[in-house]
Design a protein around this ligand. Sequence first.
Ligand SMILES: NC(=O)C1=CN([C@@H]2O[C@H](COP(=O)(O)OP(=O)(O)OC[C@H]3O[C@@H](n4cnc5c(N)ncnc54)[C@H](O)[C@@H]3O)[C@@H](O)[C@H]2O)C=CC1
Ligand SMILES: CC(C)CC(=O)C(=O)O
Ligand SMILES: [Mg+2]
Length: 354
Amino acid sequence: MKIAVLPGDGIGPEIIREARKVLEVLQQEGLAMELTEAPLGGAAYDQYGSPYPEATQKLAREADAVLLGAVGGPAYDNLDRPLRPERGLLAIRKDLQLFANLRPAILYPELANASTLKPEVVSGLDIMIVRELTGDIYFGQPRGIRTNEAGEREGFNTMLYAESEVRRIAHVAFNIAMKRNKKLCSVDKANVLETTEFWKEIMIDVAKEYPEVTLTHMYVDNAAMQLVRNPKQFDVMVTGNIFGDILSDEASMLTGSIGMLPSASLDKNHKGLYEPSHGSAPDIAGKNIANPLATILSVAMMMRYSFNLDAVALRIESAVKKVLADGLRTADIYEEGTRKVSCSEMGDAVVAAL
Ligand SMILES: NC(=O)C1=CN([C@@H]2O[C@H](COP(=O)(O)OP(=O)(O)OC[C@H]3O[C@@H](n4cnc5c(N)ncnc54)[C@H](O)[C@@H]3O)[C@@H](O)[C@H]2O)C=CC1
Ligand SMILES: CC(C)CC(=O)C(=O)O
Ligand SMILES: [Mg+2]
């Protein structure tokens, strides 16, 4: 197994260091793995003048799976847009055709009090958010900032989905729903946006192939509200790139912290990129206090989705459960009566619990 490791920026290198420890234990036990690092985002701009340089492209394309930290930071916010770290992230997703982003929001029982919501609202939570990742307003052309005919400057983006793009993500979501509780909620803004009215039409059509799945529809503004009012009404949610980006950050707080939410971004053959759902957290970078669990849980998703090693995935997830049951907490999930640990101590504890 060839794994490309892209630490990125901010807390990226810190959380990746901990996730690597887990991979290295598996390697020492005999799982054949080749781990190779390359820069992405700001780190790549610094080294090569491009956020997704050729060396990283080659490594990522040849790898069986990619492990990513996060990209971005204030030092890069004034660069020309094509040079910014976030463009590097969009570019690798598009280049590898990673159209299906799975973001599981699961509440570990030990963290019921870490959530800002009442324990009874979140206990037992287990939602899978399926976010389309290579289309929508993040990629639609034209885009830019221009001066209009009246001489006023304006910014513009294009929200766009082709039928094939909606169909393939619909099939991913229905198949996941089939393996779970057979409830799929498609989130749109069909009352206002033609793009998502079209999305809804295709979802309804694909649903005919999955008669066992109950398909419902919800406007995104209501979905944002329902996620905090009664999140357990959801089983699988499917939505476009921008709505999924926003709703998954919201859902992460149901699990206690954004530092707990892993993700898998898959192509049609389950070649995948695995990364936490959060960003590079410049406010806490370099302090060894970030929560590495979302990244470690992303390694578990890699084992499950790219390598079909379900037992290894379960073992990593059980190790995470054990350290939480033992009362270890990074600052973001700390509460009285538990033991506050650093990012590296958390990584070491997971390794010890494997
Ligand atoms: N996938 C990626 O690489 C993403 C990159 N970004 C980039 O990251 C930078 C910062 O963006 P923000 O909007 O601040 O989002 P962010 O997710 O980096 O941080 C939001 C808040 O959550 C906290 N946080 C995030 N991850 C954490 C962790 N593992 N442990 C503890 N606390 C954690 C941060 O300290 C911050 O207070 C920007 O440059 C943005 O463009 C943002 C989102 C995703
Ligand atoms: C830079 C963004 C497109 C990344 C992001 O916020 C995400 O994928 O969650
Ligand atoms: Mg996001």
